[in-house]
Design a protein around this ligand. Structure first.
Ligand code: DQA
Length: 145
């Protein structure tokens, strides 16, 4: 089982960026936690982070070749990128949408995700734990995806 984790724009600033919404853990700390959990499950896990829409699309396309699932936090692209939405729809492996903050409890523009309808499911609002919960979700669905 191989999982690809993609983090989008501005998520490299976790730890210093708006801690009220995003907490104080750095992305590296979150990835370390995920790596540890993946080790417990015997999964291979790969991490990518990009500020660029096209790069995220390329990563999604690539994932269909050698990955079993994707965990994606597309940052603000979540709310308007039809190109990322189409890429998710085009690949067959499950994509779990993740957000640190509860996107429904913030500004109105964040309440809508254009990605949700084509993702297997969404986990939002649990801070860094959202990523771990996405892994737990994969444990549950991996046999029936
Ligand atoms: C986010 C929520 C988005 O609205 C925002 O643009 C982000 C982070 C989250 O993880 O809560 O960059 O995806």
């Amino acid at each position: 089982m191989k999982i690809l984790v993609i983090n989008g724009p501005n998520l490299n600033l976790l730890g210093e960026r708006n801690p009220k919404h995003y907490g104080t853990q750095t992305l590296t700390a979150i990835e370390d936690r995920m790596e540890e959990r993946a080790g417990e499950y015997g999964w291979e896990i790969e991490f990518h982070r990009s500020n660029h829409e096209g790069e995220i699309i390329d990563l999604l396309h690539g994932s269909r070749i050698d990955c079993d699932a994707v965990i994606l936090n597309a940052g603000a692209y979540t709310h308007y990128s039809y190109a990322i939405r189409d890429a998710i729809e085009a690949i067959r492996i499950p994509v779990i949408e993740v957000h640190l903050s509860n996107i429904c409890a913030r500004e109105e523009f964040r309440a809508k995700s254009v990605l949700s309808p084509v993702c297997r499911g969404t986990i939002s609002g649990f801070g860094a734990a959202s990523y771990i919960l996405a892994m737990e979700a994969l444990v549950e669905i991996i046999d029936d995806n």
